[in-house]
Design a protein around this ligand. Structure first.
Ligand code: PEP
Ligand code: MN
Length: 338
């Protein structure tokens, strides 16, 4: 597996004759540091030669797909998750209609600021996620907080492993999760710069696992005065894409408020970014964690309809501009075809 990773440092590429293509590409990038008008831009070093395919079950998802990851902050009980499952049945077709990838989220192990806050249902939470996955038929993601849990996540058939903001530089956890060879949803740490965020991603790649999805979820910044939970750093998220990894946005944790989550999701649906992660709960008022930032299931369904329309506009705009976007529906291949 390790040999699939293309090490992209220009110095290394030029030393090793066999990697001339990579070297040429990098050379172009380096020249682009100073453009024809003499403007200098700090270049981002790609971590992969091209965007990875994300493999879920036997399907490889290619570039230009839009992840819609949604669900409660925490898995709390069966009734809650069954209600979420009902909504997922409704929105699944809509997301598939715009070639999106609908994924159910829910925290089973919750890294909370206070040890007295709800810590998650643990294994029982994973079990409930798996039940809804089987009933509705969509991939599931949950946060892993302990390297010893990798097997447990495999037992309950988790499709994507999430590394949370609090563990964004917990390299032993990251390495162990990467070795599962499942896609890794890597959140940006609360105070991480781009170098540290991509450094954490590289730990996953070094294990021979190219399936990394980066997630910007807002950072701590001095000017935040309580109206918003964190500061959403969209420019850095856009720059992170230059590393040739898909980047999604979590406006729920970034802002902590539903009015902004909806507006930001609209903007993201029209952008070059690769998806969103949204918290939603059947009755947010009773949620055991993050109650202020969870959409109701009705609000989630409405938002998905908006996103469907906006993605159509996005595809049309890019086709008009002759961007290399493959047409809707033509980007999914069966594993056997590869
Ligand atoms: C979460 O997504 O449930 C979560 C805890 O997010 P973060 O790690 O970004 O705080
Ligand atoms: Mn949360």
């Amino acid at each position: 597996m390790k040999s699939r990773i293309k090490y992209m440092k220009f110095s290394e590429c030029s030393q090793k004759g066999g990697r001339m293509n990579a070297a040429k590409r990098i050379e172009k990038k380096q020249l682009a540091e100073i453009d024809m008008h003499g403007r200098e831009q700090k270049p981002i070093e790609p971590l992969l030669e091209r965007m990875p395919r994300i493999k879920i079950n036997d399907t490889y998802y290619y570039e230009n797909r839009f992840f819609v990851i949604a669900g409660p902050c925490s898995v709390e009980n069966r009734e809650q998750m069954e209600k979420v499952g009902e909504t997922f049945k409704e929105i699944k077709g809509i997301v598939e209609g715009f070639s999106g990838i609908l994924v159910l989220r829910g925290g089973a192990y919750k890294p909370r600021t206070s040890p007295r806050s709800f810590q998650g249902l643990g294994e029982e939470g994973l079990k409930l996620l798996k039940e809804i996955k089987d009933a509705v038929g969509m991939p599931i993601v949950s946060e892993i907080v302990d390297p010893r849990h990798v097997e447990l996540f495999a037992k309950y058939d988790l499709d994507i492993l999430q590394i949370g903001a609090r563990n964004a530089q917990n390299y032993e956890l990251i390495r162990e999760a990467a070795r599962s060879m499942k896609p890794i949803l890597l959140k940006r740490g609360m105070a991480e710069g781009l170098t540290e965020w991509l450094g954490a991603a590289q730990y996953i790649l070094e294990e021979g696992n190219e399936q990394v999805i980066l997630c910007e979820r807002g950072i701590k910044a001095g000017a935040n005065d309580g109206f918003t939970r964190n500061v959403l750093d969209l420019p850095t998220a856009l720059l992170a894409k230059e590393a040739n990894l898909p980047v999604i946005i979590d406006p729920s944790h970034a802002t902590g408020r539903v009015d902004l989550i909806k507006q930001l999701s609209h903007l993201i649906a029209l952008s070059n970014l690769d998806g969103i992660m949204i918290e939603a709960h059947p009755s947010p008022r009773e949620a055991l964690s993050d109650r202020n930032q969870q959409l109701t299931l009705e609000e989630l369904a409405d938002l998905i309809e908006d996103i469907a329309q906006l993605r159509e506009i996005y595809y049309k705009l890019n086709t008009l501009n002759n961007k290399d976007l493959k047409p809707i529906g033509a980007i999914e291949y069966n594993a056997q075809q590869l």
